[in-house]
Design a protein. Structure first.
Length: 331
């Protein structure tokens, strides 16, 4: 089995062969799999394929830089390791921690399930001492929850944010009771959880309470600004690397790369050679040189930055060749 050919077939036809899937499963066996309880390696690889390889232009990038099986394995392992680390951080996010806490608290004797449904998000809960309580209009409940005071975060060390308890279990339980008492309504889990999130600041979540933001002053706003600055710097870094790559390439290599990106691997080497009046071997050799340069200059970039890099290269080559006018000259 030739992994490069299988990768190319996947890229062209959109079908991942069983033999290449097994090859991926074998060669992505890095030191740290970070499997959740009950999760299989196959499930992790499936997530990787769906969320990473098929997202954006990662297949395009792999086709471009994979000059050999060794290079392909190295690139895939690097990207896969980043994927595992990112998933691990997501699994330790404050929102997920809070979700687990709320779920655990609702199982205690103070609360009971009024309607049991297969999907936990839609199970309907209320206070244990309620008998035939009705579910009020959501907008009424939402207005009532606005009257509830914001909860302050528990203090924690700067370097242990990911393990921050956020709010004590006792305080969280009191908040849930207060939500039920004030709304005087049974609620599904998703409604309860969303109401709670409006009363607590989650530092790695999109929703932030206004009161907490004001209490923390500029330091909290600076954290958000740092994230935006990081994204901007990553994009700028990708632009810089794309310019470096173009500076290393000869004019002929730029033309070859332009066609590779334009036709997205839909034309073979012979067809590309005819478009440029080059032989198949010339295109093949130039492509290998391009792969070496791109791989070398992009090896320390994150997966996301590599995707931006590919877009930048495509845009720059479009600017240089003005919609590939050099092809018209050769026709």
């Amino acid at each position: 089995m030739n992994p490069l050919e299988e990768l190319k077939n996947w890229h062209q036809n959109g079908i991942l062969s069983k033999i290449f899937y097994d090859w991926l499963l074998k060669n992505l066996d890095v030191e740290t799999w970070r499997l959740e309880e009950g999760e299989s390696k196959e499930e992790k690889v499936d997530d990787f394929i769906l969320q990473k390889i098929l997202k954006g232009r990662l297949l395009d990038y792999l086709i471009l830089v994979a000059s050999s099986e060794t290079v392909l394995i190295k690139e895939l392992k690097t990207i896969f390791k980043q994927f595992l680390n990112n998933k691990a951080r997501e699994n330790n996010s404050e929102e997920l921690q809070l979700y687990r806490k709320v779920k655990e608290i609702l199982e205690n004797p103070k609360f009971k399930i009024f309607k049991d449904l297969p999907d936990f998000r839609f199970k309907i809960f209320g206070l244990a001492n309620w008998k035939n309580q009705e579910q009020k209009d959501f907008y009424y409940s939402e207005e009532k929850v606005k009257e509830i005071a914001y909860r302050s975060r528990l203090n924690y060390k700067f370097n242990s944010q990911i393990n921050s308890p956020i709010i004590s279990k006792e305080e969280l339980e009191n908040l849930i009771v207060e939500i039920f008492e004030l709304t005087n309504s049974i609620l599904n889990f998703e409604q309860i959880f969303n109401f709670i999130k409006t009363k607590i600041t989650l530092l790695n979540h999109k929703i932030f309470s206004i009161d907490e933001l004001n209490d923390q002053g500029t330091s909290f706003k600076e954290n958000l600004a740092d994230k935006e600055k990081f994204d901007f710097e990553e994009k700028e870094h990708a632009k810089d690397v794309s310019l470096q790559i173009l500076n290393f390439l000869t004019d002929r290599q730029k033309q070859v790369l332009a066609l590779v990106l334009k036709f997205n691997d839909q034309k073979n080497l012979t067809e590309l050679g005819k478009l440029l009046n080059f032989s198949k071997s010339t295109i093949e050799n130039e492509k290998k040189e391009i792969q070496k340069i791109v791989s070398k200059l992009s090896k320390n970039l994150s997966t996301e930055t590599k995707m931006v890099l590919l877009e930048n290269l495509h845009e720059k080559l479009l600017e240089i060749y003005k919609d590939f006018a050099f092809l018209e000259e050769k026709e």
